[in-house]
Design a protein around this ligand. Structure first.
Ligand code: 8YV
Length: 333
């Protein structure tokens, strides 16, 4: 039941909205025409104290993955904030149940970053297979002495097997690109299988056991969200099922992979390499990973295209508009 007194208040006074990090200018402008927005002009990560304060001062807060909003942030009796419009699809940085228990609405931005993230996972897969990181470092260091037949030989991805862990939107988009673009065979592990039509179209094989998928894949791409269930899902035990020549790619969340175990497997040469866009303690990247040649490391760029970052902002704007008009936001969690 909409709160009509509040709605009237929002008509008379534009809702106060905090955007915690800088967004593309065009979308900041679009937000400012509907709301009384506060920008974080320094673009520095806000402290827990600042976020706590913001919950008392703003009608809406629009955080990103860098804003940790754990359970203890929602310990006050009352809040001015009614809605948290997360700028991103992953929301493991927000204690959803605690926020909801205090009557806050939380939204995210699904769909619009699916292709960008799947493209980045493909980038990592190709870079690993073709040793692009090593080659680029060689050229930049002036160490390239000319062509020779055995120079930086990598492997094909065409015709190889890709194991997808988490067949949600992004997993499916990667399966499409890999299968139709590169003729890859698709295996996937997910809570439930794809529809008959989708699995036939992609010729994708459902693996109920993660370890089975890991033992049969040349490339393993992690696309499941972070949750207590998926934390360290890729660990010492499961990594042991990977083939010596196989590669791990992670563009979801760092904590799905137990970094320490991965480092051990890479250092011992038990797997061929890893492509990582996310880490357990971002922005800290363990020196052991940096020291390895057969690892491609990116700074959480999954959705970093101009088109996508604008679309994400539009999605937040849509959610806030609906909410302040007394409707259910389309991406309410
Ligand atoms: C975003 C992401 O850039 O949306 C996500 O879940 O991982 C990234 O692509 C980031 O989360 C923005 O908050």
């Amino acid at each position: 039941m909409p709160n009509f007194t509040l709605m009237l208040e929002y008509i008379l006074n534009k809702p106060k909205v905090l955007i915690t990090r800088r967004w593309p200018e065009v979308i900041e402008k679009a937000m400012s025409s509907n709301f009384d927005i506060t920008l974080n002009t320094d673009d520095k990560v806000l402290s827990a104290e600042q976020l706590k304060q913001a919950l008392q001062e703003y009608d809406a807060i629009c955080p990103t993955v860098t804003d940790s909003m754990p359970e203890n942030l929602f310990s006050a009796e009352e809040y001015r904030t009614r809605i948290i419009g997360n700028y991103g699809v992953g929301y493991n940085h927000i204690a959803l149940d605690a926020a909801k228990a205090k009557g806050l609405i939380v939204t995210n931005t699904p769909d619009v970053l699916t292709d960008a993230t799947a493209d980045l996972a493909m980038t990592l897969m190709l870079m690993l297979a073709r040793r692009a990181g090593e080659g680029e470092r060689q050229v930049r260091a002036g160490e390239w002495k000319g062509w020779y037949p055995t120079h930086l030989m990598g492997s094909m991805i065409t015709g190889k097997t890709l194991g997808i862990v988490g067949m949600g939107r992004i997993g499916r988009a990667m399966a499409e690109k890999a299968h139709f673009g590169f003729g890859m065979r698709i295996l996937y592990h997910n809570r439930k299988p794809l529809s008959e039509t989708d699995s036939r179209r992609l010729q994708a094989e459902y693996c109920t056991e993660l370890t089975w998928l890991m033992s049969k894949s040349d490339f393993i791409a992690v696309h499941c969200p972070s949750s207590p269930l998926t934390k360290h899902m890729i660990n010492e035990k499961t990594l042991a099922y990977m083939r010596p020549g196989s590669y791990l790619i992670n563009t979801s969340r760092g904590d799905v992979v137990e970094e320490k175990a991965l480092i051990k497997f890479l250092q011992k040469g038990l797997i061929a390499g890893a492509g990582l866009d996310v880490f357990e303690n971002e922005p800290t990247v363990p020196q052991e990973l940096i020291d390895l040649e057969n690892v491609v490391l990116l700074p959480h760029l999954g959705s970093a295209t101009e088109e996508t970052r604008i679309a994400m902002g539009m999605r937040v704007l849509g959610n806030l508009n609906s909410f302040f008009n007394g409707e259910t936001p389309p991406d309410q969690l």
